[in-house]
Design a binder for this molecule. Sequence first.
Ligand code: MGD
Ligand code: MGD
Ligand code: SF4
Length: 756
Amino acid sequence: LTRREFLRRGGALAGMWTGLSQLGEPVLAFLRTRGARWPWYRPDEVRITYNYCDMCMWRCGMLVYTVNGRVVKVEGNPKDPKSRGRLCGRGQAAVAHLYDPDRLRKPLIRTGERGTWSFREASWEEALDRAAEALARLRDQYGPESVAWFAHTTGDFWFGDYLPLAFGSPNVGKPATGLCLTPREVAAQITFGRGIGGHEPVDWENTRYIVLIGNHIGENAHNTVMQDFARALAQGAKLVVVDPRYSTAAMKAHRWLPIKPGTDTALLLAWMNVLITEGLYDREYIEKYTVGFERLAEHIRPFTPEWAAPITEIPAEVIREVAREMAAHRPQVVIPPGRHVVWYGNDTQRMRALFILNVLLGNVGRRGGLYLPRAPALDPYPHPPFPVEVAAGGCGAAAVGIRIPDTPGHPPRADGVGSKFATGPVVIQELIEPMITGQPYPIRGLVVYGVNLFHSIPNVPRTIEALKRLEFVLAIDVLPQEHLAWADIVLPEATFLERYDELWVASHRIPYIALREPAVEPLPDTRPGWWIARELGLRLGLADYFQWSSIEEYLNTRLMSVGLSLDRLREAGGVFTWPGKPYLEDYGEGETPFPTPSGKIEIYSEALARAGFDPLPVYEPVEEPPPGYFRLLYGRHPLHTFGKTQNNPWLAEVYPENEVWVNDEMAAALGLKNGDRVLLENQDGVRSGPVRVRATPRIRKDAVYLVHGFGHRGSRLSRAEGRGASDNLLITRYRLDPISGGAGMRVNFVRLIREV
Ligand code: MGD
Ligand code: MGD
Ligand code: SF4
């Protein structure tokens, strides 16, 4: 081939390519119809199916490419508001999740001691019969509330919302409540009369000034948040990061404020003080949309920057300057609410302070601030009323209404028993206690669906004690995580790429629904969650709740209530959107977006005052680390989700184990250097497995930091077992937020012991 000939042919090919790419959209549309064939790619078949990602709780819309009955690739669905055609690294690794050789493949029935992995394989028929028999016995003997249901992952509808309610138990726990966002949702309900919901409603595209409190975007790798955050910075938005650690986000900030852990409420109060005393707040907005400002102005007077400086260890001048910068950018300034907000046990009040600061800047319902999300209204599949009214909410689930005693319309708990905290929704960690103490009444059975009991719930020794006492434990999972060893029956679920599921009904700027459909047949001998729930339901005498003849009929009936069908949803690209009402101007005269008792934003909360709580946020000091100990902080790695991805063959290759971040000067004082292996021992003498030291100036001297989810010990996970240290193992204590029931987990301290 001569050079001339090569260029000529290259030019022709390029011309052909341009022609083909002009065909792009119609060709893609053709391929996206199920069963389309590449004529030149005989005999394989490229199928594209629709899904929403379950590699974390963000639920990015996904296109799944299958060739010859095997998933070969996933990519972001361009029509989906949460992925916009992109997936993060974890989403891409969904293929490796599906084909993880360690996956559970057979129902298992326990043959020996709990905790010893003594099981025999069983048929589905036998396993389901036995599970239903055990659940029915507990229901008949002690009442349906004697069975607790723990559920998570994006498939948790069947075991966290539907079956437990049909069964009649109000004791449903999702880790995404008490161990994640309950204080934020409760604070938002009190202040705005509405929850924040699964998608933090930050109007990134219009914002000009961002203040991140904790909230480590970039390590916390929610796909569209990272896209939006990067675009906002590229458009010139200023960034302040408040974090004891020089996080990935802090690297992009024009100011990093290395706050003393646990003192954020003092900083928020001081910022409010500057805005109010210097008259920099949005007076017009406050008058029109809020109640209680005068009381706040009075309350805030002593909380000057000079008061906050020694508490937070941030200079008073810096506090004042940041407040003035915020005010100069209002209303296009935002302090995003964060997500994992259970920090120190006073978290509802910290979140109230954060919301009120946003309100003073007049940004709620305004461009560049916090927009007002909405969800589409689909009818449920018709069923008789449930014997109990409500299950606990969760990431993305409907927010549980505020239920402070005394509040008009406060519905009693279904079991008639008061709870330890004011707002009533059941939080997962508080359901462990009655399994041991029998108070306020005993819980004797547990169904655990997609919850990593030993990695997500604090105080592992207490969880083990509870598991020893339970009369029956059923676990439904995809991987042999360590808690499965404690189950009586284990049921292997098909992964999200192999199953239909409940529709994803998203509360968002653009309300939308998304479809999950199977890309391939479930690996033998696994089954989808909806099928397992139905089979158990039928065996439990709950046939009235499972009247649908097939999952397609179930989904079509729900879709019909908004004039859609499965086929129409597929034709629309797996996602269907409606117009939202994100800004205040979208609400007409006499219509309020803030359904509080006053119909306005409640800066001063009468409901909190009536229930005996501070009606305006106050700062409470937190316990200091004892001498020789560091405060244990923890967070995310962009390529792992909680404790569930450490075994993923692709992700484990890139980041196989965590490290403990220690301030470099403190490490030197302890004679430690980068890469040394240490054990961490907490205040109660509990020790982690060995973990490498990361000596770095990027963290304060009083704290150490671990990426959450590592340190699997006692699992059957071949790649994850024994790698790194578990933050959760070291969290033997937590402080219960008295308002929301959230478990503040940053109240544990560790010392470093060199491994010998
Ligand atoms: P936080 O735990 O609140 O998490 O993500 P975020 O809501 O961002 O924040 C962790 C940060 O807080 C760390 O940088 C830590 O140094 C800092 N910090 C610790 N103590 C303090 C303090 O006292 N004050 C301040 N100002 N900062 C402090 C959690 C979020 O991540 C959640 S809830 C979920 S469900 C998702 N999970 C997840 C995941 O598993 N993997 C990845 N890659 N991304 C995820 N994104 C989401
Ligand atoms: P994961 O480790 O993701 O965390 O708590 P979890 O949701 O419990 O556990 C998911 C479980 O579901 C695993 O057992 C996994 O194998 C299984 N699974 C995965 N896919 C499927 C499936 O398709 N079907 C079924 N049936 N099972 C499946 C998360 C929770 O943890 C949250 S939201 C937060 S924000 C808190 N974070 C946190 C922390 O940062 N540190 C500590 N120490 N504790 C925490 N607890 C909370
Ligand atoms: Fe999946 Fe990543 Fe989206 Fe989470 S952020 S749903 S892991 S693609």
